[in-house]
Design a protein around this ligand. Structure first.
Ligand SMILES: Cc1cc2nc3c(=O)[nH]c(=O)nc-3n(C[C@H](O)[C@H](O)[C@H](O)COP(=O)(O)OP(=O)(O)OC[C@H]3O[C@@H](n4cnc5c(N)ncnc54)[C@H](O)[C@@H]3O)c2cc1C
Length: 221
């Protein structure tokens, strides 16, 4: 892996519409840093499984966490080949023919071999990084995990060995013969929006809302 590019490998080379493939590290990381939900795929004795999870990128790794009782985390903590996918859907592409309907998206697929983080201060730092990724500003605000909580949590990191970004942008691509059809065509942009904050019953009514929540960016998904 070079400093700026992932080397396309047999498993990470995009064959279908290769012009939509990007291996630039900064661009791959931009998508990983905007997303909050990953789909984590791995092989089990009963066949492949893909599980939705929160995650965070840290340097050239992806951090995952879960209960020490979790089947998934127990498996990953033993060291396993994993494939992690993060998808940002940007819009529905409405063409004049059903055939040319599409989606605008940015999606990243990364591969790596998981390794467990056992040292308590490293675990705590990784968990704080996870919270900080999900809600920038929250990591420094919330109480860190105590000894018992750390013991009840498995944290793994997956150093990224190969990765690709595939994206589609722009309007529909219609057949010339369809351009005269009397139908609206274009893009319906989609993005996840934040809703109104809901304080819990223990939060005093006059407690100011942290700025990092008021400023939480739309478009993460
Ligand atoms: C948005 C989101 C974020 C999450 N973040 C995390 C996280 O950061 N860490 C974490 O540990 N877990 C997270 N979860 C829960 C996670 O999806 C799993 O349910 C959990 O990790 C237990 O996985 P397991 O394989 O150990 O469970 P098991 O109960 O052993 O899984 C057995 C089977 O149950 C089914 N199953 C498991 N999970 C799901 C599911 N989510 N939806 C439907 N069927 C399921 C599957 O068929 C699976 O093969 C998240 C879920 C969602 C939707």
């Amino acid at each position: 892996m070079s400093e700026t590019e992932f080397q396309p490998t047999e498993r990470s080379t995009i064959h279908r519409l290769p012009s939509r493939g990007i291996y630039d590290k900064a661009k791959v990381y931009e998508v990983l840093d905007q997303g909050i939900l990953a789909h984590v795929g791995f092989a089990t004795k009963n066949g492949p499984v893909v599980i939705p999870m929160g995650y965070a990128r840290r340097a050239d790794s992806v951090i995952l966490h879960g209960s020490a009782k979790s089947r998934l985390l127990t498996y990953l903590s033993q060291g396993a080949d994993v494939c992690i996918t993060v998808t940002l859907v940007d819009g529905l592409v409405l063409a004049r023919s059903t055939f040319h309907h599409s989606m605008n998206y940015r999606s990243v697929v990364v591969f790596g071999h998981s390794q467990v983080i056992t040292e308590p201060s490293e675990k705590d730092a990784a968990l704080e990084h996870l919270v900080e990724h999900l809600v920038p500003g929250r990591g420094a605000d919330a109480r860190g995990a105590d000894e018992g909580e750390l013991a009840a949590t498995l944290v793994v990191e997956v150093p990224i060995s190969d990765a690709s970004l595939k994206m589609r942008t722009g309007p529909p691509v219609d057949e010339t013969r369809d351009l005269e059809i009397d139908i609206w065509a274009g893009v319906l942009p989609l993005r996840l929006e934040t809703g109104e904050l809901i304080a819990d019953e223990h939060t005093p009514a006059d407690k100011p809302v942290p700025g990092y929540l008021l400023d939480y960016p739309a478009g993460r998904s």
